[in-house]
Design a protein around this ligand. Sequence first.
Ligand code: HAM
Length: 420
Amino acid sequence: MVIRAIKGTRDVFGVEIRKWNIVENRILEFMRKYNYEEIRTPTFEQTQLYLRGIGDETDIVNKEMYTFIDKGGRSITLRPEGTAGVVRAYIENKMYADKTVKKLFYMGSMFRQERPQKGRYREFRQFGIENIGTEEALADAEVIAFAYNLYKALGLKSVKIEINSIGCQECRKKYLKALKNFLKPHYNELCENCQRRFETNTLRVLDCKNPKCKKVTEGAPSTIDYLCDGCKRHFKAVLHYLDIQDIPYVVNNRLVRGLDYYTRTVFEVTTDMLGSQNAIAAGGRYDYLIGMFHSEEIPAVGFAGGMDRLILLMDEEGLFDDMEGYKPDVFVVAVNDDVRDEVVKISGLLREQGFSVETDLAMKSLKSQLRRAGKLNVKNVLIVGPDEIAKRVVLYKNMEKHSQKEIDIEELKNFKRIVE
Ligand code: HAM
């Protein structure tokens, strides 16, 4: 029986993992730049967290969660996204106690049972940031600026930021009434899901991908026209802070997002180079989510970027074309098996000095070791032979300069001086 990776999951290795490492390191640099602190939350949580947090009329909760009953009879779900877990951890660890804004980031696997296709997987990776503890528009603008500046620094040219405000609970009520009135005469034209959503989660009708529903909602009222004064001011302030940082954006009145916890600002970073999986990041404000699990409302805003799609897009845009693969700094070759111990010792000595060192572990011939060193494109090769060891020297080859010389084993203690 052949055991294969589960549908929608992937192995990442070779040149691909090099791309991931480059991107992950750049993201970590950005986290430091903006002073976000890492949080690692569990990969699975109580199902209730997502049912209530994300909303039971969303696609994620309705049909995409990996939920199971564990041996203790508890309902457990593999995290479909990061925000709910961070919020749970924030409350559980009383991070609100000092009343400061907490700036947290995470990176990790998320799980959604969607139909797999290019850019859409069942296990995928996200990185995300959450600003918890303020309703100031400055915090929304920082999150959007982070996303924009990161993608720009990575060299992406095709990305676009779409932004909208869906208001607070008060203005949302008025908007939903208007939306329902608008949709009512078209009820029969809506897909089955949207007919249900019409009652349970009307806003989501705007997000339906069904062409019939899209057509119906073309002339739907815009959320922005129903914002209360506070939400209007807030949205204006967010756009102002983006303008002064020269961050380009498009206001998209139809943007509502697929998770229920959002209020006020919502945004997406999209590209036209990945076909239908065009969102590489998304986020927004969620001022009521913490209050659902805690005695007090604490406003927050954040976003998450899809790593898999980001790497695909960087590939499409040719941003890895000049990438160099991983290669060790030094290959230490054993001329015969009598000098294996010396090779082990020399490798250790060089690794202590910070060099990346490769040796032959399979006890192959001298010829095949040299072939492998050539294949790895290593710049420095040390050849350790019995005659040389007797003289306490080794042969050093600089493959770039095509030069070679004998060096004293003592000199290996400061190998940097030799390779420079
Ligand atoms: P989301 O829009 O569900 O938001 O996901 C964010 C990003 O994750 C998407 O834009 C996409 O790039 C990536 N993504 C989602 N599903 C898949 C998939 N099946 N395969 C590959 N990539 C995928 C959230 O998750 C929110 N928690 C964002 C947030 C953080 N809002 C506030 N704070």
